[in-house]
Design a protein around this ligand. Structure first.
Ligand code: AMP
Length: 450
C-alpha cells in the first residue's frame, strides 16, 4: 500500500513527501479508514510502529479550518516527554495546514498555559492531571471536543490515571469519537474499554505466532502461587544455568510480592520494575540486571516493553498471560542475537485456557515437564486465588488503594465531651432553679411564692 491509496489531501500528502516517508506502516494503513469513518477505535501498536501518524493522519484529514477558540481534538498521553513528542509529530504533518496545536503538562507554570489556551486552539495534547486542572479552572472549554485520543493507555492505567481519565470523560461531550492506542493488551485496558466504550473496532498488526527457533519452550502445571515459588526457588539454585533470568508477572502487586520473596530466598540477586517505582529506580534496576550485578529481574508486561537486554538466559512466565500476544513478546526477550534462549511457563488450573490460546496462536504444543521431586506442593492460597465475586464497576465505591486512611488525629482529652443529653439539663435546672423552658419566664417567681 502507498500513501496515494489513503484518502489524503494535498497538504498532508506534501508534508509526508517532505518527511521522506515512502509507504504507510501497517498500522497506518489499517487504521486510516476506520478512524476516518468516525467509529470508536482501539489500536494495539507499540512505539516505533508509526502509531502517532496512524491516528493523526485521519484526524487531520477531516479537521476543517475553524476560527473558534475551543479545541476540537484532545490527545491524552501519560508523560510530558510524550506530550512534546506528539506535538512535534503533529507539527510536522501540519506543515501546509493552518491549525493550532498546544501541548500542556504538569510541573510547569499553569498560568502560561492558561494564556496559551485562551488564544484559541484546535488540538490540545495533554497529560491527564494538567488537562483536568485547566478544565476545572474554566479557561479550557471542552464542550467542542469531537475526538478524544488516549495514547499509551496501558502505561496510563499502569501509572494509576484511571480515576483522572474517568473525571475527564465526565466533562467531555457525550457525542465524540474515542480513539485509544495501547502497546499491550492488559486486563485494565480491557476493563476500561468494556466500561466506557460501545463496541469499538479493534485494529492490531497481527503478532507473529512463530517464535524464534532458538528459543526452547517448556512448561509446568503448578497448582498455586506458593508452589510456583517453591519451584522457582528450586530452579534458581542452579546459578550457572540460570545466569540472567527475566521473570514476568501480570501486575504490580504480584511483582512486589515475588520480588520480596526472592530477596528473602536469594538476597541481593534480584531487582524489580513496575510503574509504581520511580523512573530512577527502574533505570537502576535495569542497569543492575543488564550489567549482571543482579541475575534476576521481575517485571510486568507493560514496563518490560522497550527493554533491550542481551544474553537473557531464561524468561520465566511466573503466570500465564491472558493475552497470547503478551507471551510472544515476553519470550522474545531471550534467544536474541542467534543465541540459545529458554522460556518456561507456569500455569495453574485456572490458567489452562490461556495456555491453550498461546499454543493455538503458535500452532504448537509446549513440552510439559514434571515438577521435580524435591519441590514441595503447597496447599496455602493467596487472596487472589480464593474464589472472588466479581463486582460491576461502581464509581462511588472506592477500590482498596483509594480508600482514605484512618482518622487524622485523636481528639485531645479535654475536647472529648460526653453527650449528657436531657438529664444533664434537668440537673442544672434543679441546681440553679433556672426556668424549665426558655419561654417560661415566671417559673422562678412562681416557685418563690410557694
Ligand atoms: P511512533 O510509533 O508514532 O512513535 O513513530 C515512530 C517513528 O516513525 C517516528 O519518528 C515517525 O516520524 C516515524 N514514522 C511514522 N510513520 C512513518 C512512515 N510511514 N514511514 C517511515 N517512518 C515513519
Amino acid at each position: 500500500m502507498t500513501f496515494q491509496d489513503l484518502n489524503l489531501n494535498t497538504p498532508l500528502y506534501n508534508a509526508i513527501e517532505d518527511l521522506g516517508f515512502e509507504n504507510p506502516t501497517p498500522i497506518q494503513a489499517e487504521a486510516f479508514n476506520v478512524i476516518a469513518s468516525g467509529k470508536d477505535v482501539v489500536g494495539i501498536a507499540q512505539t516505533g510502529t508509526g502509531k502517532t501518524f496512524a491516528y493523526m493522519l485521519p484526524i487531520l484529514r477531516n479537521l476543517q479550518y475553524s476560527r473558534q477558540d475551543n479545541p476540537r481534538v484532545l490527545v491524552l498521553v501519560p508523560t510530558r516527554e510524550l506530550v512534546v513528542q506528539v506535538v512535534s509529530e503533529i507539527e510536522k504533518l501540519s506543515k501546509y495546514i493552518n491549525n493550532r496545536v498546544l501541548g500542556v503538562y504538569g510541573g510547569t507554570n499553569i498560568n502560561t498555559q492558561k494564556q496559551a489556551v485562551a488564544q484559541g486552539q484546535d488540538i490540545i495534547v495533554a497529560t491527564p492531571g494538567r488537562l483536568y486542572d485547566l478544565a476545572v479552572s474554566r479557561v479550557l472549554q471542552l464542550k467542542s471536543i469531537q475526538k478524544l485520543v488516549i495514547d499509551e493507555v496501558d502505561v496510563m492505567l499502569d501509572l494509576g490515571f484511571r480515576h483522572q481519565l474517568i473525571n475527564i470523560f465526565d466533562i467531555l461531550p457525550l457525542r465524540r469519537q474515542n480513539i485509544m492506542f495501547s502497546a499491550t493488551m492488559t486486563k485494565d485496558v480491557d476493563d476500561l474499554i468494556t466500561d466506557f466504550f460501545i463496541n469499538p473496532n479493534k485494529i492490531a498488526i497481527a503478532v507473529s505466532g512463530t517464535p524464534l527457533e532458538n528459543i526452547k519452550q517448556q512448561r509446568y502445571d503448578v497448582p498455586n502461587f506458593y508452589t510456583k515459588l517453591n519451584l522457582l526457588e528450586y530452579l534458581l539454585q542452579d546459578k550457572d544455568e540460570y545466569s540472567k533470568v527475566l521473570i514476568f508477572v501480570a501486575y504490580k502487586r504480584m511483582a512486589d510480592r515475588l520480588f520480596e520473596a526472592l530477596e528473602a530466598l536469594f538476597p541481593n540477586q534480584s531487582c524489580v520494575i513496575h510503574s509504581n517505582k520511580t523512573q530512577n529506580y527502574r533505570l537502576r534496576s535495569i542497569e543492575q540486571f543488564r550489567e549482571g550485578e543482579n541475575r534476576l529481574l521481575v517485571a510486568t508486561d507493560v514496563m518490560a516493553r522497550g527493554l533491550d537486554i542481551d544474553n537473557v538466559s531464561h524468561v520465566i512466565n511466573f503466570d500465564t498471560p491472558e493475552y497470547p500476544e503478551n507471551y510472544m513478546h515476553r519470550i522474545g526477550r531471550t534467544g536474541r542475537a542467534e543465541r540459545e534462549g529458554q522460556a518456561l511457563l507456569f500455569s495453574t488450573d485456572k490458567e489452562q485456557e490461556s495456555r491453550q490460546s498461546i499454543e493455538n496462536l503458535m500452532q504448537m504444543t509446549i513440552e510439559t515437564l514434571e515438577i521435580p521431586e524435591p519441590v514441595e506442593i503447597s496447599k496455602e492460597l493467596i487472596d487472589e486465588e480464593r474464589d472472588q465475586i466479581k463486582e460491576h464497576y461502581n464509581p462511588i465505591k472506592r477500590r482498596d488503594e483509594d480508600a482514605p486512611g484512618p482518622a487524622f488525629h485523636e481528639k485531645k482529652e479535654k475536647n472529648q465531651k460526653e453527650n449528657l443529653g436531657g438529664s444533664y439539663r434537668r440537673e442544672i435546672a434543679k441546681k440553679y432553679k433556672k426556668p424549665k423552658t426558655r419561654g417560661d419566664k415566671n417559673y422562678n417567681r412562681r416557685n418563690k411564692k410557694k
